[in-house]
Design a protein around this ligand. Structure first.
Ligand SMILES: O=C(O)CCC(=O)C(=O)O
Ligand SMILES: [Fe+2]
Length: 192
């Protein structure tokens, strides 16, 4: 895995974690098999539909709460268990939980945030696998204004964030006016 070498962070990117063919097959399987849901989040007491579909799967029944919603996991499917095992080989980490995002088109997005919910622990490792259409991923440092980074998350790629990254950096998947196909993102986490 290639380190991004940004200050106050430990971020790695591997563009061919899965090969193209396997990634497309996996995309098609998960697109069909996963129970995608439309969540509404609360911002200052007002409800908004999330601009994407989501799902939560895990090896246990620990819930995940963010933006005023609490997600109840379903049990890992065989595909997610296999990916979990392969992530252990490259990261050394045993992930328990996977939050899945389905971006249906360029209007679906994920606004600026850090993955810093308390159930993830102090310095959470997050392993993020991308399938399907490529989307831009942006990172910005919380206080050093000139520190930012833009990368393209390719089909079959792995982005791995750990250490203090979530304390100092925010990330987003911006909307785009370009015509883009569907993208599935799998973010593996530890929730115990
Ligand atoms: O779709 C992505 O690549 C990012 C997803 C993300 O940041 C999240 O689910 O917390
Ligand atoms: Fe995130």
């Amino acid at each position: 895995m290639k380190p991004l070498l940004l200050p106050d962070s430990e971020i790695y990117y591997e563009n061919h974690f899965l090969d193209d063919k396997e990634s497309i097959t996996l995309f098609n399987t998960l697109r069909k098999k996963v129970e995608w849901q439309k969540d509404s989040i609360k911002i200052f007491g007002k409800e908004f539909d999330q601009p994407r579909l989501t799902a939560l799967y895990a090896e246990n029944n620990q819930t995940y709460s963010y933006s005023g919603i609490t997600m109840q996991p379903k049990l890992f499917t065989q595909e997610l268990l296999d990916l979990r095992d392969r992530l252990k080989e490259v990261t050394g980490i045993h992930f328990t939980t996977c939050l899945l995002n389905l971006y249906r088109d360029g209007q679906d997005s994920n606004g600026w945030h850090a993955d810093n919910e308390k159930e993830l622990g102090e310095n959470p490792p997050i392993a993020s696998i991308s399938l399907g259409a490529e989307r831009v991923f942006k990172l910005k440092h919380n206080t050093l204004k000139e520190e930012k980074k833009k990368l393209l998350l390719e089909n079959g790629s792995l982005l791995f964030m750990k250490g203090t990254t979530q304390h100092y950096w925010k990330h987003e998947i911006p909307k785009t006016k370009k015509i883009v196909g569907e993208r599935i993102n799998l973010t593996f986490r530890i929730i115990t």
